[in-house]
Design a protein around this ligand. Sequence first.
Ligand SMILES: Nc1nc(=O)c2c([nH]1)NC[C@@H]1CN(c3ccc(C(=O)N[C@@H](CCC(=O)O)C(=O)O)cc3)CN21
Ligand SMILES: CC(C)C(=O)C(=O)O
Ligand SMILES: [Mg+2]
Length: 271
Amino acid sequence: MSIHKEVKRVTTHILQKMKVDGEKISMLTAYDYSMARIFDDAGVDVILVGDSASNVMAGHETTLPITLDQMIYHASSVVRAIKRSFVVADLPFGSYQGNSKEALSSAIRMMKETGAHGIKIEGGEEIVESVKRIISAGVPVMGHLGLTPQSIYKFGTYAVRATEEAEAQKLINDALLLQEAGCFAIVLEKIPALLTKKVAEAIHIPTIGIGAGKYADGQVLVMHDMLGINKDFKPRFLRRYLNLYDQILEASKQYIKDVKDRDFPNDNEQY
Ligand SMILES: Nc1nc(=O)c2c([nH]1)NC[C@@H]1CN(c3ccc(C(=O)N[C@@H](CCC(=O)O)C(=O)O)cc3)CN21
Ligand SMILES: CC(C)C(=O)C(=O)O
Ligand SMILES: [Mg+2]
């Protein structure tokens, strides 16, 4: 037995209890071992291995190009760092939309090859059958409604979603269907705060918002955005906790200067 204090791992039951108790859920994205280790240490409840890796790790314009193999590489790296947080991995575009059997085999690959604790897929009514099939295999599923980046070309913009009554009604209905299908939580992305309030009150599972306002049961941000590594991404919903771009830029410039000036390494930094 370990001599270290055992940490209580976050489970879907604990996340459910947090909603009931009114304790807000914290979620951040991570894509690698070193960052996941810091977030787990900090006590973040959920770590999302987002397909935003396609943007922030690989430099693609959208989330569409990232593959299941690449997501598995990121998720397995994150899981190796975790002691307490609940790890959710996005299934990427093209790995689940075909049919529920394909969705199940992608979810099983993700769970088997990474050790993640659950998966997230985007969509409502159209993915309900897949959600049910994945959950019946024992895999916790997180839903994702509102701005769903994998269908960006269907909408054409990253503008706020569900501002019209019909779209808002559809979103509430989708949330109810995902709950009924067995999802343990739902991400709500870039929708009006008052619609988030309605959804959060209409369902008993936690809602986790990004650009969805204060009434969500939890919040998620992409790590590069909240740490200020992403210089040009500043939507109104984003709060920056550091300006790492500038700090890393200055540190790199200092290193370059020290090398050029023969300042590094000094006598103590060599053998
Ligand atoms: N770095 C990063 N952060 C994210 O939050 C994120 C990703 N990447 N990649 C996948 C999706 C895409 N997401 C997005 C993308 C754009 C906006 C956004 O508000 N964009 C514009 C407004 C565009 C418009 O109104 O038409 C902005 O203000 O920057 C929000 C979330 C969220 N996800
Ligand atoms: C923005 C969050 C919710 C996400 O899906 C991602 O990072 O891929
Ligand atoms: Mg995503």
